[in-house]
Each structure stands twice: as structure tokens, then as C-alpha cells.
Design a binder for this molecule. Structure first.
Ligand code: MN
Length: 262
């Protein structure tokens, strides 16, 4: 161990930063893997993700590890595609398969938010207008009350200036995004998509779906052209508490529909 450490320090001095190869936290609860596969299928079924987007869960045996599919379309994910990462987003064993380029979204949010157990990143279309406009995404109905007062927008130019490809392709960008999320449940990424976090897989899927739905409804209501009434922060807090007890109801429905072909 000490020898490996010295080797790592030596290589760093030579200008090659070395991230130690993480050890596995052990086999996760099979139900966690099953739920993660279901979440991938459900999010695809609901149109929150398409060929792009991903969902992860914190490892149940080690809070410093998380589980995320290899780089692939979520609708096609099976249990065997799930990889284990440490919070620097280094795979324990990539099994010669490419990880998602933007996996740092997950690792850095799990680092910054010990309360978060599951993360969804998507490019879902309805939220995009609110990522490029000064009109903020705000809860217009009770199902999206978890959005709180209003959703912040992460501006990648504030971190790296002009000319980026907008992707969260390293830990520094992931950390900046986690900072923009703060203690909230969702953050938009300008011209790119969104991230939603939760304390369980069914809850984060619920939140990802109703974030997309709220964006659609808010845009429709704005088009009516009259004054808007949003949930107050007090209403949002009360309603979010009610809904948190009900996330399993749609989860069971969505699961049955999405897994029908199995
Ligand atoms: Mn993306």
C-alpha cells in the first residue's frame, strides 16, 4: 500500500496525476440494481430521456460509491450494464466498456450532497426554454412542488468561458454544477438539459417526470398571456411533503408498463 502511494506521488511529481484505482464496495443489494434498470426503462418510456440522459444511485454498501450504466441508451440498459464508480467518477472495473462522459455530474453531486441517493440527468425538451430565458422554471402545480421557489440555471460560461461543448466532462465542471444545484432538488443547464436529485430511485424518477411536465404546463400558461400564479414556497413545501409519501403509486404503474416486454 505504502509502495503504491509512493509510486502515485512519484508519478504526480513527474506531471501525471494519478487517481488510485478504487476497490469495489462489494455487491449491492440486487433490488437496487433491479430498480436502477427499471428507472432507465421508465425514464425512456416517459420521454424524459431518449438516446441520451442517465440515472444513477448511491451504493447501498458504501456512500462513497455510486452505480451507473455504461455509456448507452437508457431504454436498452440491463443489470449487466451497471458499473460501480467512486465519487471521483473512476470506475471500479469498467469491464472494457466506455463510461458516460458526463458521469462527473453524479460523482460531484453525491460528494456535495450526502442526503442525495439518486440523480437523473436529461436533455428533456420542455425544460430547455427555461434554461435559455430569464423566465425561471417555477412550480405551477402541486405535482412539481418539490421544485421549491424557482429553479436555478447553471451557466457553463461562468466556469470555462466561451467555446465549451456544454458537457460536464470533468470533476471541476461537475463540482461547479453541484454548487449551482445547492440544496435544491433540480438545476437547469443552459442550452443543455437538467439534473434532478432525490432520496430514492422512485422519488427521483417522479421528480424528473414532473419537472418535465411542469415546464410544459408553465410554458402553456405563459402563452395564455395573462398574469401567472405560482405555488408559494409554503404551498410548495406542504405539497412536496404530501407527494413524497405517494411516489410508489406511479412508480408501480410506470414499472409495469416499461417492463412489459421483458
Ligand atoms: Mn448531457
Amino acid at each position: 500500500m505504502r509502495l503504491l502511494g509512493l509510486l502515485a506521488v512519484g508519478l504526480c511529481l513527474l506531471g501525471a496525476p494519478v487517481l488510485a484505482q478504487p476497490q469495489s464496495a462489494g455487491a449491492p443489494d440486487p433490488r437496487l440494481i433491479e430498480d436502477l434498470v427499471v428507472a432507465n426503462r421508465v425514464l425512456a418510456d416517459l420521454g424524459v430521456v431518449d438516446g441520451f440522459g442517465h440515472v444513477s444511485v448511491r451504493h447501498d454498501k458504501d456512500p462513497n460509491h455510486y452505480l451507473l450504466a455504461r455509456s448507452m441508451a437508457p431504454a436498452l440498459v440491463k443489470a449487466d450494464d451497471i458499473l460501480e464508480f467512486d465519487l471521483d467518477s473512476v470506475p471500479v472495473d469498467a469491464k472494457n466498456r466506455a463510461p458516460y462522459l458526463e458521469r462527473f455530474i453524479h460523482g460531484e453531486i453525491y460528494k456535495a450532497r450526502p442526503d442525495v441517493k439518486a440523480v437523473v440527468h436529461s436533455h428533456s425538451a420542455s425544460v430547455i426554454p427555461f434554461s435559455v430565458s430569464t423566465t425561471r422554471l417555477r412550480p405551477v402545480y402541486h405535482m412539481s412542488s418539490f421544485l421549491g421557489a424557482e429553479v436555478q440555471v447553471f451557466e457553463i460560461r461562468d466556469v470555462v468561458g466561451d467555446g465549451s461543448d456544454l458537457l460536464i466532462r470533468n470533476a471541476a465542471l461537475g463540482a461547479a454544477l453541484a454548487k449551482a444545484l445547492g440544496d435544491q432538488t433540480a438545476v437547469l443547464m443552459r442550452g443543455h438539459g437538467s439534473v434532478v436529485v432525490g432520496t430514492s430511485i422512485p422519488q427521483v424518477v417522479f421528480r424528473a417526470y414532473y419537472t418535465e411536465m411542469n415546464a410544459r404546463l408553465q410554458a402553456e400558461a405563459i402563452q395564455l398571456g395573462a398574469a401567472m400564479t405560482y405555488l408559494t414556497p409554503q404551498e410548495a413545501a406542504a405539497s412536496a411533503k404530501t407527494n413524497d409519501a405517494l411516489v410508489m403509486r406511479p412508480w408501480e404503474l410506470w414499472k409495469r408498463k416499461a417492463m412489459k416486454s421483458e
